[in-house]
Design a protein around this ligand. Structure first.
Ligand code: 7PM
Length: 366
């Protein structure tokens, strides 16, 4: 299925409504609430696929509501409902302020101080340090999905991540997500105490993943990728990357709902760097608020990625922290709810100051 019309909220400004009930439409003519964030938005960018091309126009809210959209009316109305509805808590976590997901890689190269036990203990210590720095979610991953990388065998992935989840559970109240494409890893991680499933293939890689995820009852994070990690960045092809990613995520959300995973348990992620060249990645970054029309919270993972290296000519990922922070603030400015990052303390500081400066409040991240 390909949509012909898309609506993107633009013109974010601090909401004046406070925490009360939604004012009726007439009173909100100046702006509509954005997806349970502290923002209202002032206008729509209406985007239409026409033939092989795409046309865009920015219209005020009042013009949009007064105008006859003809055959597009229903599709546009659904998107508008979806983008302004507040988001329910995710595994107990409220999403009315930006949330930080700290990356915990459990791969042999990430903790190089010796054998497997050492790397399990180092990963647990690292995760606890990230929790201390203010991570709301700890994302445990044992399969390197780096562009060009080989798949990791099931037993090896289990040996890496399960002891880390078991070790962490009981030591922290922070949410634990498991970054995996494998149904068996999801099942075992859930049994070990994981709270969220994070799949860079949006539950497409493993034919059993959709049902296992539904049976687990856990929330799922669905990421867009084009192709398999091994080859995905060789020659990615899109008609319009921003819209094609929307269509993919919309289809995957529908597949989840059909399998018994309601929208209240779904997060969507456009997948920076996964089957995307630089011009694709920056187009997705600039268009992030479009994805609020999916009706679920958004997750952005651009931390230390090649996009930053290419934009600024920085070869070593460790030197990409300032650029990573810029992606977080750009995402926050478009109402993205969750940020997957390596540098939790730095991200927290940046978001706190951003929140204070944009909204004029001192208690931004609570
Ligand atoms: C090596 C290079 C190892 C790159 C891992 C990576 C995302 C993710 C990853 C993301 C979600 C990384 C990637 N990226 N899950 N897992 N979104 N939801 O840079 O962008 O961390 S792995």
């Amino acid at each position: 299925m390909q949509r012909s019309i898309y609506v993107r909220p633009v013109g974010m400004f601090p909401a004046k409504g406070g925490d009360g009930p939604l004012p009726d439409q007439a009173e909100t003519w100046g702006g509509l609430p954005l997806a349970g964030t502290r923002f209202d938005f002032a206008a729509f960018e209406v985007i239409a696929r026409e033939g092989t091309g795409v046309v865009r126009r920015t219209v005020s809210l009042s013009e949009a509501f007064e105008r006859d959209w003809g055959r597009h009316t229903l599709a546009a109305a659904d998107l508008i409902d979806a983008m302004h509805a507040p988001r329910p808590r995710l595994a107990g976590l409220s999403l009315d302020r930006p949330r930080i997901m700290g990356i915990v890689n459990v791969t042999p190269d990430s903790f190089s101080d010796g054998g497997r036990l050492g790397s399990v203990e180092a990963a647990i210590a690292h995760a606890l340090a990230l929790a201390d720095q203010g991570a709301d979610i700890l994302d445990i991953g044992g399969e390197s999905t780096r562009p060009g990388s080989d798949a990791v065998a099931l037993d090896e992935e289990l040996r890496r991540v399960i002891p880390v989840i078991e070790g962490l559970r009981g030591k922290t109240d922070q949410l634990i997500s498991i970054d995996t494409r494998k149904a068996e890893v999801m099942k075992r991680a859930a049994a070990a105490g994981a709270d969220i499933l994070n799949d860079v293939s949006a539950l497409t890689h493993d034919p059993k993943a959709l049902d296992v995820a539904a049976e687990s009852g856990l929330p799922v994070m669905l990421m867009h990728a084009q192709g398999d990690p091994k080859t995905m960045n060789d020659n990615p092809q899109y008609s319009d990357v921003v819209l094609d990613v929307f269509d993919f995520l919309e289809r995957r959300i529908q597949a989840c709902e059909a399998a018994g995973i309601p929208k209240a348990r779904i997060v969507a992620d456009p997948g920076i760097g996964f089957g995307k060249h630089l011009h694709h990645n920056v187009a997705v970054m600039a268009g992030l608020s479009l994805y609020h029309g999916l009706g679920v919270p958004l997750l952005l993972g651009a931390s230390r990625k090649k996009m930053i290296g290419q934009l600024c000519d920085v070869a070593d990922p460790k030197d990409r922290v300032p650029g990573s922070l810029a992606t977080v603030l750009a995402g926050a400015g478009q109402g993205v709810q969750i940020f997957r990052v390596h540098d939790v303390a730095e991200t927290r500081q940046a978001l706190m100051v951003w929140l204070a400066s944009v909204f004029g409040t001192e208690k931004g991240l609570g």
